[in-house]
Design a protein around this ligand. Sequence first.
Ligand code: DGJ
Length: 705
Amino acid sequence: MPQWHLRTRRTSYVLSTTPDASGAVSDYWGPALADGDDPEPWSEPDRFVGYAADADAQPLEYASDGQRHTAFSELLVDRGDSRTGARWALYGEPRWNSDSRGDELELAFRDETGTLELSLGYRSSREHDVIRRWTRIANRGSDTVTLPRAFSAAWNAPVGQRVRVDYLAGSWAREFQQRSTEVHWGTFSIGSRQGVTGMSFSPVVGVSALLDDDDVAARSGTAAYGVALDWSGSWRLQVESAAVGSHARVSAGVDDDVTTITLLPGEEFRTPDSLGVHATGGTELPSRWHEFQRGLARQRGPRTQPVVYNSWMATTFDVDIAQQLELARRAAAIGVETFVLDDGWFRGRTSDRAGLGDWQPDPAKFPRGLSELADGVEALGMRFGLWVEPECVNPDSDLFRTHPDWVYRAEGRPLLTIRHQYVLDLGREEVALWVMATLRELLSSAPIGYLKWDMNRPVTDGGRPGDPHGREWSVQHTRNYYRVMDMLRAEFPDVIVEACASGGARIDNAVLQRSDVVWTSDQVGPRDRLVIQHGFLSAYPSWTMSSWVAEDDGHRDREAASLGYRFAVAMCGVLGIGLDLSRTSDEDLDECRRRITAYRGIRDVILAGDVRTHGDPRRGLYSVEYSTDSRTVLFVFDRDRDRTRDRDAARVSPAGLRARTRYTVLDGYGRATGTRITAEEAVVRGVPVAFTWASDADILILDAC
Ligand code: DGJ
């Protein structure tokens, strides 16, 4: 049986064809195998298969109905008139390319009619451990074929039948909550049908064998597998554990609830990529994802993101030139590097009921256009940034009055507003061209160096009657969103792009590839925010995680926090300020200035270092650690409601120090504390936390001597 061996930085992924060449099967996925140490090709199904067809028990890399009959299939084929499913045979020469950078494989199959083609694509890199997979389905026949489901890939994770699934779930202002569940002979499915990634779930899971003693220490040595979908539209990710075999099957692709793919004769559908990664411990998965995401970041590797001031929380829709210039002066004085004017600046935008779509500065608020503010901000030594929401429109806007047909609608069904707005059908060519032209004009009208792209409602009544591809609206919308984002990068390479969707409703690897920072959540209450950031960092990297210091206490854990605590939370990623600086006392402004200076001194480690979290942000001592070869920065947060802890005994144990190295401990401002400690002592005894930064949070800097 031909066998292919894809190598990543630390792992091997091996597959072969089934004995009858009707599909591909997984032979191995785990730590790197030595050259020539090829695993046995998969051969015999489990003896408990009984009367099922072989394909139902094989760890197939991808399956369709017609091929499988009892187990889940990633592809459903419908030719009409009850002709469903397809059965496959390998055809042509597999395409295999391998060089020092990685491997690439494409395997092609043809169905029994000879008119449907299925290609399974794979790419590995030696720089990280993530494998990319995709599928292409082509209709070479003369009849239309519909695909009620066309997923990207199935990943066979060899973790047995009792499976632990780790995932991220949430809602508005409560995104990225870490949850885990057990799947034992059943399925677990998460997704979005709202046209964007969504807040309910993130398109990424971790799977591992469920242990009886399921604590962190036990999990640190257990094989874990991460699977993600590289996609920002509607999606679904499913974990299946069956009573036969020894794999958990993780299937991922565009959502099969609101999406049906239509292949007219000659057409082809190329799925989004699915991403898979193996780590030797569940606790290592986050750093494996971060390592991969470094290659997605612009200019290869995290670049320095500016400290942002955003005026949304201070002024909401009630903005004008004089008040924004005054805020900008105060922001510059405390060390802010980019000043962002949020919602409210454009024609007719007095509240969220009007104006969306009319992207010209409101003459009543900015009589001399945006340049006056942008020039003023630049004169203060900062970049100027602007908020837009190009995919949406208020019914009360000139855009909607001119193009009422540009919004998603289901024929005559009354249109549904959410936040008083509709969603533009971005999949339509004229809408995509209008969005691109509007952004080009805007970005050329003033020195704008930062763009915050927002999207504040789910798509409802998606579809396009009369268009044979109308049930692909979510795919088309997403592809044109990428097209516009790619245009921004190509034509305005110096503009920093912040991706936002009511907070974190569109965050995934595809967005990370096209933006510089993401607005993780509208939740700025520092204790709630810390929990969100904890979940975020388990799948996404610190250099994209923008976070503001603000006044709000949060929605759930409202216990008072010091200004120092608020800073420490926001400093865990890309620091921003959302305070109403016009009301901030001189004393607090001075404190902000000192803390921003401290952040700028350690920002390179926070954005480029390896990130580890220790403990639970909801209770006890919780810390976030960032380590580079020569410096480790530790943020420590205290959640001691009853004040029972002996503060003198507070210690944290970093895990990213260099072995057999002595470290000098500095406080958050970079001042020596007098403590020197070896890496080994730091792990065994812990580093003392003196809480000099604030009474409830501390920052320790450990420099290798
Ligand atoms: C939702 C965003 O998450 C906020 O930061 C702000 O930009 C508002 N939209 C503005 O309408």
